[in-house]
Design a protein around this ligand. Structure first.
Ligand code: SAH
Ligand code: CA
Length: 213
């Protein structure tokens, strides 16, 4: 789904940081070997995540939805030297490929993989996260948000991806479309929630940035 014309998208990409070679390689391997490669973060959004992480310069990052590790590697670029990124995915089959790229990246020792349902794992994590990236099952976004909010501090940043859902959030809602219904409720809730300040950025499929008060 393109919200902007392909020409504008090209122009934006051509005037932003280039894609690191390792991430090009990861994208190629994901398209060759893994189902649903359209879920992977692309060049431009990846550079946005990297930049946001560098601005926040977190000690602890939490990611929900690792997939093949692209967004984790972008976010890890902003970690403090002694920081850690904890990333969760329910699909154990992706574990080996993620680890191969994490180790190639130089962030291997700082990235901790968790396998299972994020809703079971997050409550057991003991650290306070400075930056969180929510990018897993859309029907669970409100539940992820409540779970991660308990693990943040005032000033922490929570990013939520795909919140425009290919534009479905402004189209007539289909009766069986649970994901869009949940995202509509989620977007409304974040805007009204006094615990966070929120801006929805029109980056790729929609990226919400919420700052904990
Ligand atoms: N962040 C990745 C893309 C994530 S795709 C990137 O940008 O490259 C969504 C991922 O969420 C999938 O790999 C899926 O297995 C995972 N997922 C779905 N439900 C989950 C859950 N309940 N807990 C943890 N991970 C989940
Ligand atoms: Ca995503």
């Amino acid at each position: 789904m393109h919200f902007l014309s392909p020409a504008i998208e090209d122009y934006i990409r051509n005037h932003s940081e280039g894609e690191p070679e390792l991430l090009c390689e990861l994208t190629r391997e994901t398209h060759l070997k893994v189902i649903q490669p359209r879920m992977i973060t692309g060049h431009y959004q990846g550079r946005v995540l990297s930049m946001l992480a560098k601005l926040v310069n977190p000690k602890y990052i939490l990611e929900i939805g690792t997939y093949t590790g692209y967004s984790a590697l972008c976010l890890a670029e902003g970690l403090q030297k002694t920081g850690e990124l904890h990333t969760i995915d329910i699909n154990e089959e992706l574990h080996g490929m993620q680890r191969r790229y994490f180790d190639k990246s130089g962030f291997g020792k700082q990235i901790i993989q968790h396998t299972g349902n994020a809703l079971d794992i997050v409550p057991n994590l003991q650290m306070v996260f400075d930056l969180v990236f929510i990018d897993a099952e859309k029907n669970d976004y409100p539940n992820y948000f409540e779970a991660v909010l308990k693990k943040t501090r005032p000033g922490s940043v929570i990013l939520s991806d795909n919140v425009l859902w290919s534009g479905k959030v402004v189209e007539p809602l289909k009766a069986k479309d649970r994901a869009t219904k949940t995202l509509l409720e989620f977007n409304k809730k974040l805007q009204e929630d006094p615990r966070v300040e929120t801006v929805l950025l029109p980056i790729r499929d929609g990226l919400t940035l919420s700052r904990v008060r």
